[in-house]
Design a protein around this ligand. Structure first.
Ligand SMILES: [Fe+2]
Ligand SMILES: [Fe+2]
Length: 286
């Protein structure tokens, strides 16, 4: 059927504790029910799904999405955040015990990324194939064609450069891959949405004491990321990480911070995309 407009739901930063987080899971189910009732065709959850790097805990989100009939490539897109991939305590313990080992950190992060990509492969590739980031999803609804450009912004813990594991960076290789001519071709004639975990801006604060906090949360090469998104003609970028429901413009692109489910589990961002590639965005309280 040819659609004239499509609604997409976005929220972020669930910070679920895992299987034992009954309250969080019940709230997630309630939000998903509201999203389904609102007629949203696709949901995006932009990282920090868990306060756990254990894939055994991650399984619950698969179960919840399956129960709601949302666990499929065309219905849901989820990405990891720093809290899903970096075990801060472990990193610090290993650092203290073994001294700096950059290769080990990168390797541990890569392993977690692979576990995530493997566990949620049906949402990433739509079948049993496992692939890494970045990846692209082209959702063709007939009248409306939407492309999601999904990029990882989590980078390894480092006692000096990334002391909380909360700073973001997109690898050269990942950005370079998005300049491949085949990407342009795949995105042609579609409404392009970038999906990342970290913010495209610095969250400033008036309090001096908080200023040190800013750089530990930032996306280091956000300018490069924005240039890449401009190159791909992205009209919207979705992210989370900094727990605030907000929209702003960066590099001429509308950016939506999906806020934090962990702060307000009854709010999501809804984007309506029309056949002429115009769109509207609003936060919905359920
Ligand atoms: Fe978060
Ligand atoms: Fe985060």
């Amino acid at each position: 059927m040819s659609e004239t407009s499509i609604k997409l739901a976005h929220f972020s930063d669930l910070h679920l504790a895992g299987k034992r987080d009954g309250r969080g899971l019940a709230r997630l189910e309630a939000l998903l029910n509201a999203v389904i009732d609102a007629g949203c065709s696709h949901i995006v959850i932009s990282g920090d799904l868990f306060n756990s790097t254990d894939p055994g805990d991650w399984l619950v989100i698969r179960e919840v999405l399956q129960n709601k009939g949302l666990y499929s490539w065309d219905k849901a897109t989820i990405i990891p955040g720093n809290h899903d991939l970096i075990n801060l305590e472990e990193e610090m313990r290993i650092y203290n015990a073994l001294n700096p080992d950059a290769d080990g950190r990168a390797k541990r992060l890569r392993k977690k990324m692979n576990e995530f990509s493997s566990l949620f492969r049906e949402l990433i590739t739509g079948d049993d194939t496992v692939t890494g980031f970045p990846y692209i999803k082209v959702l063709d609804y007939g009248g409306v064609k939407i492309s999601l450009v999904v990029v990882n912004t989590v980078f390894p813990w480092n006692n000096i450069d990334n002391p909380l594991g909360a700073r973001g960076n997109v690898s050269r290789g990942e950005l370079g891959a998005l300049f491949d001519p085949s990407v342009d071709k795949a995105l042609r004639d579609s409404f392009v949405i970038g999906v990342i975990h970290h913010a495209c801006r610095i969250y400033g604060t008036d309090a001096l004491i908080d200023q040190a906090f800013d750089w530990t949360m930032e996306l280091k090469n956000r300018d490069e990321l924005l240039q890449t998104m401009q190159h791909l003609n992205a009209q919207v970028i979705l992210h989370g990480h900094f727990h605030r429901f907000q929209t702003y413009t960066a590099g001429g692109i509308k950016v939506v911070n999906g806020g934090s489910f962990s702060y307000n589990p009854r709010r999501y961002s809804e984007i309506t995309i029309h056949a002429d590639r115009t769109f509207t965005q609003r936060f919905v309280d359920v």
